[in-house]
Design a protein around this ligand. Structure first.
Ligand SMILES: [Zn+2]
Ligand SMILES: [Zn+2]
Length: 184
């Protein structure tokens, strides 16, 4: 992305309120719903923690690569959305609210305009850059190699690495131990 080569974040307030968990659905959705053929479902693996329905071609180049042939070739997530919600998004794009591009669960998809989709992409990018640009924790300890723990977490914008401050961690553990001693 050449437009974002400038490392100064251009969006000041990051507002996630528009990232609704899902559009209104006609009812609960099930894997193995008979409205889609068995050779569709045989390529789907439900992920219990996130609720994502992972399409088998997860590792493909663009992350989508989800074409499924039913007389015409369509993206699997689009096909699942159309068939299971009964709503054809037409010219709208289906935004993955779960940030998992290979997910075909219609509850994780929201029809949005191209402009809205790229606006959300920019917000997510800026948020990522702002976090990465922080040099100190909230308590002012530096994020040096020795003082930084990196943990992988699953958030609403996908899997990402979270930096934790070791000094703050130690302090938290110390307080916890003290509390346990006092209540023992
Ligand atoms: Zn999902
Ligand atoms: Zn700290």
């Amino acid at each position: 992305m050449s437009a974002s080569d400038d490392t100064t974040p251009t969006v000041e307030v990051v507002d996630y309120s528009d990232l609704r968990p899902c559009p209104p659905l006609p009812g609960p959705l099930y894997v193995d719903d008979e409205r889609l053929p068995p050779n569709f479902w045989s390529k789907v693996t439900p992920e219990p923690n996130t609720g994502c329905w992972l399409w088998f071609a997860c590792g493909s180049a663009d992350g989508y690569g989800q074409s499924f042939v039913t007389g015409r070739q369509v993206y699997a997530h689009r096909l699942a959305y159309i068939v299971l919600t009964g709503h054809d998004p037409g010219a709208l794009q289906l935004d993955h609210l779960c940030r998992t591009r290979c997910c075909v669960n219609p509850a994780h998809l929201e029809p949005v305009t191209n402009a809205e989709n790229s606006r959300r992409g920019r917000i997510r990018q800026v948020t990522k850059e702002r976090h990465a640009a922080k040099t100190h924790c909230v308590n002012g300890h530096p994020f040096t190699d020795e003082n930084t723990l990196v943990r992988t977490e699953q958030g609403r914008s996908g899997v990402y690495g979270i930096r934790r401050c070791r000094a703050c961690n130690r302090e938290r553990m110390r307080k916890l131990r003290k509390l346990r001693r006092e209540s023992a």
